[in-house]
Design a binder for this molecule. Structure first.
Ligand code: AHM
Ligand code: MG
Length: 334
């Protein structure tokens, strides 16, 4: 029987394999693994600890924050700022970016994070997740960070990953050389490599969309979904948990497409480019899938603001191609 590989061993081995993976990045990834364990522990005991419900505060998008959002945000902030690798952090739960270590003069990396995504699912015991990505700083070391360090295109991501707090807790990440998934053994609190070289099936049988948005969606999206429903005998399945990491993870393993469209009342959709779309787009690309907004690749979008939203379509390449054909057929570039 071969020996199980821990997350830590895998990170260390990858460092030896890829010279660009510096010691600082290794430490940063390790820190994310530690923060994930702490948040996981709290997510698991949420019902027992009586910390469910809303904290009464609102985040920058005027959405109610749940207590676990606050806890997760605080945990990642505390651990990431304590290390020496991170110069600055953008969090979905914070209005502006956070500068670490003397105005961000030190530390090679910038982290973007959605500390607890799908938090409206917490009090019904449905899987939730953390989504993160890591960029190299653009401003030279020794100078304070500026907007350009945070507003980088998705193509500039060095690492992207997510933690899924589900029936098992998983950490999935890429350093731009394939996607690997690790499952936590709760008995010893250790992540083990369980899903090496994850790959999006080229086609899938699952489509994931909030059906209530369809009437207000672009014609191309309506036509595509009608097509999904009309494949008599082939039995495509509608599966929508409403927890992005969970919907994405299932589609990555089984093959499928996730859609959060623009609508007449929210032309930019709901999801955040920097915290949700870019990291999952990078993971999808590294797993052989694809991600677009209405008319371009997600990873090619030049962000203009930290909390920018974007329509988001991600999944198996053939299904994304099918959606693209619908945009063409409606002569609507999006
Ligand atoms: P959040 O960041 O406030 O948790 O919102 C993001 C979540 C995603 O996890 C999920 O895919 C989506 O919102 C669901 O939105 P809707 O309820 O409109 O279908
Ligand atoms: Mg979110």
């Amino acid at each position: 029987m071969s020996k199980a590989i821990t997350l830590q061993e895998f990170i260390m081995d990858s460092q030896a394999e890829f010279p660009f993976v510096s010691g600082q990045l290794t430490r940063l990834l390790t820190d994310i693994g530690v923060a994930a364990k702490i948040v996981n522990h709290q997510v698991n005991r949420a019902g027992l600890a009586g910390i469910l419900g809303q904290s009464g505060s609102q985040n920058t998008h005027n959405e109610d924050q749940q207590k676990l959002d606050v806890f997760a945000d605080n945990t990642f902030m505390r651990i990431l700022t304590a290390g020496k690798s991170v110069a600055g952090i953008g969090s979905e739960e914070q209005d502006g970016y956070i500068l670490c270590h003397d105005q961000g003069k030190q530390g090679k990396y910038v982290v973007m994070i959605d500390p607890l995504d799908g938090s409206s699912n917490i009090d019904v015991n449905v899987s939730i997740g953390t989504i993160f990505s890591i960029y190299r700083r653009v401003t030279p070391l020794g100078e304070p960070l500026s907007d350009q360090d945070f507003l980088q295109k998705g193509t500039q991501q060095v690492v992207a990953g997510y933690i899924l707090y589900g029936s098992s807790t998983m950490l999935v990440y890429t350093t731009g050389s394939g996607v690997n998934g690790f499952t936590m053994d709760p008995a010893i609190g250790e992540f083990f490599l369980s899903h090496p070289r994850m790959a999006f099936p080229e086609s899938g049988m699952i489509y994931s969309i909030n059906d209530a948005l369809l009437d207000a969606s672009p014609p191309a999206v309506k036509i595509f979904i009608e097509g999904c429903k009309e494949t008599h005998g082939i039995s495509l399945k509608a599966r929508y948990i409403g927890s992005l990491v969970t919907d994405f993870h299932r589609n990555l393993i089984k093959g499928g497409i996730y859609l959060y469209p623009s609508t007449t009342y929210n032309p930019q959709g709901k999801l955040r480019l920097m915290y949700e779309c870019n990291p999952l787009a990078f993971i999808a690309q590294q797993a052989g899938g694809h991600a677009e907004d209405n008319y371009r690749e997600i990873l090619e979008i030049q962000p203009e603001s930290l909390h920018q939203r974007s329509p988001f379509y991600v999944g198996s390449v053939n299904m994304i191609q099918g959606l693209r054909s619908c945009w063409m057929a409606t002569s609507d570039p999006g």
